[in-house]
Design a protein around this ligand. Structure first.
Ligand SMILES: [Zn+2]
Length: 361
């Protein structure tokens, strides 16, 4: 019997959806009403031997840095710029590359079908960040590949000591259509992304990040067969093992815990410096904070603001790390990782649903 089978269930027409349609708050309230899973119903996770616990000096403040590369131009222009920024700050992060076609143009179509999408685009300065070419890519103009178009840039990221991982084959299709994908399609998308990674790096990827922090039961289960060190598929509080149908998976999740710049701009914060100032405070207050940046933003018009953030983080003794190192530090911190359910919910400033870390069981 599933613990919360409804959250990734199928409706009558066979499409996968969040059948309860609950907000995160309602989920928590509803689950607290239910009987907690018996301890013996959830096997001990096997754990990942691919990340060895590694303690940091006591009192070290850390920040996991995740870099998403979503578009052809972000790969071509944003990644080299970010490498420069990270090199001068002497900081390493985890880069997740979309591998296949850049269909960013499909996002523009959301203006017509999704209420609120246009205001989000304008508020976060999308026309300034994305070129006309990118905004028509995959619709009026042919889509261009993301990482597979620039294997030498991807390999440079690896050579400079950053961690690298897969951010889907077709980022836009995944984020727009995942709930309509068949199980086979989910597996195919994952395998294509992983094959493309192997073709670039001549080694297996050890980590995956679902586009738009949006995953499903099938993607989590298939990733669990792929011997990943961990995945970063959701928003949440701290590293954990996902629980599906009463079983804890063995691939830990390292969730993004902090908002992104595009979620904040024009909504919670007027300017990028104001946002990054608030992030410094949030990092100091959090235990295992993870910040996601985008090659298109922090490697584009906001590169100087991000460089200033890294300089201040350094001054304040914050150690910025790839997610693998954050997980290693967490594993060394003593208590085993919690086992948590996941559900779909909404995040302020972001359009549509994302996957969320929910209750510890
Ligand atoms: Zn992305």
């Amino acid at each position: 019997m599933g613990i919360f089978p409804g959250f990734f269930g199928r409706n009558k027409s066979g499409a996968r959806e969040n059948r309860f349609g609950l907000t995160p708050e309602a989920h928590l309230a509803a689950q607290r009403e239910k009987t907690r899973v018996r301890d013996d119903a959830v096997p001990e996770p096997r754990g990942s031997s691919l990340v060895q616990p590694k303690a940091l000096p006591p009192g070290t403040k850390v920040l996991g840095l995740r870099v998403d590369v979503d578009t052809h131009e972000g790969m071509r222009d944003g990644v080299p710029k970010l490498l420069e920024v990270l090199r001068s700050a002497e900081v390493k992060g985890t880069f997740y590359f979309a591998m296949g076609p850049d269909r960013s143009g499909l996002a523009v179509l959301n203006v017509f079908t999704r209420p609120g999408f246009l205001s989000k685009m304008l508020r976060s300065g999308a026309p300034k960040v994305y070129s006309t070419r990118t905004m028509l890519s995959g619709t009026l103009l042919p889509s261009r590949p993301v990482a597979t178009a620039f294997p030498e840039i991807a390999r440079r990221v690896d050579a400079e000591g950053h961690e690298t991982g897969v951010h889907a084959w077709d980022h836009r299709r995944w984020q727009d259509s995942l709930l309509r994908f068949s199980e086979d399609k989910v597996i195919l998308e994952l395998e294509r992304g992983f094959d493309a990674y192997v073709s670039i790096f001549s080694k297996k990827p050890l980590t995956y990040a679902a586009p738009a922090w949006f995953c499903c039961e099938e993607s989590l289960l298939h990733q669990d067969k792929m011997s990943l060190a961990y995945a970063s598929d959701c928003r949440g509080m701290d590293p954990f093992y996902p629980v599906i149908d009463g079983h804890a998976l063995r691939t830990p999740q390292v969730p993004a815990t902090l908002p992104t710049l595009d979620e904040a701009l024009g909504l919670s914060h007027k300017t990028a410096p104001a946002f990054y100032g608030a992030m410094l405070e949030a990092v100091k207050a959090g235990e295992w904070p993870v910040l996601t940046i985008h090659a298109e933003l922090e490697g584009g018009p906001f590169a100087a603001d991000f460089a200033a953030f890294l300089a201040k983080a350094n001054e304040q003794g914050i150690l910025v790390l790839p997610l693998r190192d954050l997980l290693a530090a967490r594993l060394a911190a003593g208590a085993p990782l919690p086992r948590c359910t996941m559900a779909y919910g909404q995040i302020e400033g972001r359009h549509g649903l994302v996957s969320l870390q929910m209750l510890e069981v």
